[in-house]
Design a protein around this ligand. Structure first.
Ligand code: DAH
Length: 364
């Protein structure tokens, strides 16, 4: 019985109006207005149901066409069908626009996707990083490995194994920052490594010859700073150990480096120098790339620029790690990449490197 009632009620409702051309017009005006004021997905859906849904106003109108005269039905029917496709189109446009505005945000957060993009500022490599990479590339191309080691080091590796015993005056060459810590027996003091040389013993202990390594890394010294001294800086250590390595190999290798970094025409000069871990020890200079050896401000009027210390690995160093110095020989070198960067880029104060002044860093 209820079912029956329902059918009648529904039918009555559906047949309520006999549509005419005006009805279509009125419906269009109303629907378009309604659509414009629908601002959310839910409101759009409500609108769709009330006009285009199964019991929506337009659907009812279309169903009501049956009650019209043939001629009228043709006219009103065509108008109603046109209206249907217009409303469907408008609805999908509104849905599209709503989706778009959701992506772009609204109000203050709105993104105007038509604006040209802003370039993303790109960072540059720090001059020290540049020089370290450049130098390491030269050595890897000659068959060297790149190895890194601890910045906090035992006295044992920083000094003892590098042939610098306790109370030896050579320790004065490295003003040390000590760490308030010792090993469990209280015998082994800890420090911030004063150079990358401790890696020589560490590498020889953990590898067997042939050894060809380069060790870039940070070092620390208890220094008052000035234009050429920093209390922290980088070094690049090099070590080659094998049967039959001679001073000629050292010269040839470092000559290649000098030419790769400072230009193919560079001349090099070796002079005697003292470092406890090499014998003989040398310092290496290049002829001034600025004045071609004539003398200028960069080379302090000497025509030569000192760029690193080097030498043949001291036999005691080899003995300490259990290598027989009668069988194996080696060469070693150590250089400061900041100093090389200062020469290459004409930087006058080493303190600029780590003061984080963006105006300085931006130039690289
Ligand atoms: N470790 C030295 C320094 O800090 C630099 C150096 C000189 C390293 C000669 C070497 C070398 O390996 O053979 O001044």
């Amino acid at each position: 019985m209820f079912k029956h009632l329902f059918t009648i009620a529904q039918k009555g409702n559906l047949m309520a109006e006999s549509p005419g051309p005006d009805t279509v017009q009125e419906l269009e005006t109303k629907a378009v207005k309604g659509l414009e004021s629908a601002g959310t997905e839910e409101e759009l859906e409500e609108w769709r149901i009330s006009y285009l849904g199964r019991r929506g106003e337009l659907t009812r109108l279309l169903r009501g066409l049956g009650s019209l005269e043939v001629e009228e039905r043709r006219v009103v029917g065509a108008a109603a069908n046109r209206l249907k496709s217009t409303l469907e189109e408008r609805l999908s446009e509104r849905e599209q626009a709503l989706k778009q505005s959701k992506v772009a945000g609204s109000g203050a957060e709105a993104i105007d996707v038509t604006l040209p993009g802003r370039p993303i500022p790109q960072g540059g490599l720090h001059p020290t990083t540049r020089v370290i990479r450049e130098i390491c590339d030269v050595f890897t191309s000659m068959g060297f490995d790149i190895v890194e080691g601890p910045e906090v080091e035992w006295d044992h590796y920083n000094f003892e194994m590098a042939n610098i015993p306790k109370d030896h005056p050579a320790r004065d060459m490295w003003n040390t920052l000590w760490v308030d810590y010792t090993d469990e027996n209280g015998e082994q003091p800890m420090l911030l490594r004063t150079h990358t040389t401790p890696m020589q013993a560490r590498i020889m202990e953990s590898r067997k010859p042939p050894i060809r390594v380069v060790v870039p890394g940070k070092c620390y010294r208890y220094e008052a700073t000035d234009a050429t001294h920093e209390w922290h800086f980088y070094q690049i250590e090099g070590l080659a150990v094998d049967r039959g390595i001679t001073f000629a190999n050292l010269k040839g290798t470092l000559y290649e480096l000098a030419r790769a970094i400072f230009g193919q025409d560079r001349k090099v000069r070796f002079r005697c120098d003292y470092f406890p871990f090499v014998e003989p020890g040398v310092d290496m200079s290049i002829d001034c790339f600025n004045c071609e050896g004539k003398g200028c401000r960069i080379c302090s009027e000497t025509g030569w620029i000192e760029i690193m210390g080097a030498g043949m690995v001291h036999p005691k160093m080899l003995e300490r790690v259990g290598y027989d110095p009668h069988i194996y020989t080696g060469f070693a070198f150590g250089m400061g990449p900041e100093r090389i960067a200062m020469l290459k880029y004409g930087i006058e104060d080493i303190r600029l490197f780590y003061s984080n002044d963006i105006r300085f860093l931006k130039q690289f």
